[in-house]
Design a protein around this ligand. Structure first.
Ligand code: CTP
Length: 405
């Protein structure tokens, strides 16, 4: 399982403090958690506690305009792999069962297309009340996993079922629910969010020959582009991956075309059109040797060094942007070592791309397994936390699918 992304809705009950322990357990297992605190929940734990434990902003209000421009509630509800309600109070479950959306938590629960797991906690009489039992039955019929509460002495002094299950138990229920989630559909299968779409992905470096044994290249590993191709195929898209020289396995259900130079990559991209979406992840060499020697360049013994004259390579992304066959969604990457966001904003305009995914490549990002990216669109800049490249890929694929929903 890739590191799960959990949207945790914390309801208002004395057991809310245990949600903090749950955040810790999810993080410890490599998952990420975004917390939403109901008004009642905020009476028991503070946004600051949850923000510190999750290392992410905590959302409390539907009417927080800043969030609506930077991250709409629909997107918030779709970004996670699983929505967890903990503690799920009698009131919250009643509103969920009735389809009421009168605050951020219930709106997200109504808007989400992801599985939902609820961990109830309430007074024993409230739990056993026919209204609550009716609501639980309704939620289960709607596909929500509602855990049974623990039995025992309660904070209110009564005894019986109603205690929040212990956080390690909730975490194992989360793992089971995630494992049981339906696999993404195969291409062509009805229901894949990108079924019927053709996506073109470029990945890896290019290699520009100087002579038969030497070349100009860069440190791109191709990992991010391959992961994106795989994630898009998992959503049902037909994916053509134009790959520079890398030692990576072709992701499942992806059609791979291997190339070496920028000019070969440009030709392969053109031949693969039309496409609905293009994601240009390749680190294309900006220059090539003006004339590659036919034979190995030899030292002539004089100590003189040969002069390498460079020529600019075609800009594949910019050419695609001005092509009559321009894909509906054109996404470029920006590899930057300084002023990452500023350069990416300028690059988006210069190359006429719809989105630019900017990454800081000053560390070992190109060969490493994680990435911290900023998504630059016409709506602004979204900065994602550092994630494994596979998670960046899945999140980006989901974001693309939303665009085509
Ligand atoms: N790109 C391309 N063809 C090129 C150069 C770059 O298609 N000849 C694409 C890359 O795949 C990426 C985007 O353009 O999606 C930006 O690449 P980057 O190397 O960051 O930008 P450059 O255009 O090379 O600009 P600079 O090196 O000046 O930052």
């Amino acid at each position: 399982m890739v590191a799960p992304r959990i949207l945790l809705i914390v309801g208002g009950g004395i057991a809310a403090y245990k949600a903090c322990e749950l955040v810790r357990l999810i993080r410890k297992a490599g998952g990420s958690v975004r917390c939403v605190l109901t008004e009642g929940g905020a009476q028991f734990v503070t946004p600051m506690t949850l923000a510190a434990l999750s290392e992410q902003e905590v959302h409390t209000s539907l009417w927080d305009l800043k969030n609506e421009t930077e991250m709409g509630h629909i997107q918030l509800s779709r970004e996670a792999d699983l929505v967890v309600v903990c503690p799920a109070t009698a009131d919250l479950m009643a509103r969920m069962a009735a389809g009421i959306a009168d605050d951020l938590a219930t709106t997200l629960l109504l808007a989400t297309d992801k599985p939902v797991l609820a961990a109830p906690a309430m007074n024993v009489r409230m739990w056993l009340h026919p209204a609550t039992q009716r609501n639980v039955a309704q939620l289960r019929a709607d596909g929500v996993t509602v855990l049974d509460p623990d039995e025992g002495a309660m904070a209110c002094g009564e005894y019986g079922p109603g205690r929040l299950p212990e956080p390690p138990f909730i975490w194992s229920a989360i793992e089971q629910r995630l494992a049981a989630a339906p696999a993404p559909p195969a291409p062509g299968v009805q229901g894949g969010a990108l079924a019927g779409r053709h996506v073109l992905v470029t990945a890896g470096p290019t290699r520009e020959p100087i002579d038969p044994v030497r070349y100009i290249a860069n440190r791109s590993s191709g990992k991010q582009g391959f992961a994106i191709a795989g994630a898009l195929a998992a959503l049902g898209a037909r994916v053509t991956l134009v790959a520079g020289p890398v030692e990576l396995r072709t992701p499942e259900r992806v059609q791979r075309i291997d190339v070496e130079t920028a000019r070969e990559m440009a030709a392969a991209v053109e031949a693969a059109l039309p496409a609905d979406i293009a994601v240009m992840v390749a680190a294309v060499a900006d220059w090539r040797a003006a004339s590659a020697a036919g034979q190995k360049i030899k030292k002539n013994g004089s100590g003189a060094t040969p002069t390498l004259t460079l020529e600019e390579n075609p800009d594949i992304l910019a050419a695609l942007a001005s092509s009559p066959q321009r894909p509906r969604l054109l996404i470029g990457f920006a590899a930057e070592t300084e002023h990452v966001v500023e350069h990416a904003i300028a690059k988006r305009q210069r190359k006429n791309a719809d989105w630019i995914v900017a990454n800081d490549v000053s560390g070992d990002v190109m060969s490493g397994d994680s990435n911290s990216v900023h998504i630059v669109t016409d709506a602004g800049v979204e900065s994602w936390e550092t994630l494994p490249k596979t998670d960046v890929a899945h999140r980006l694929a989901a974001r693309i699918a939303d665009e085509f929903a």
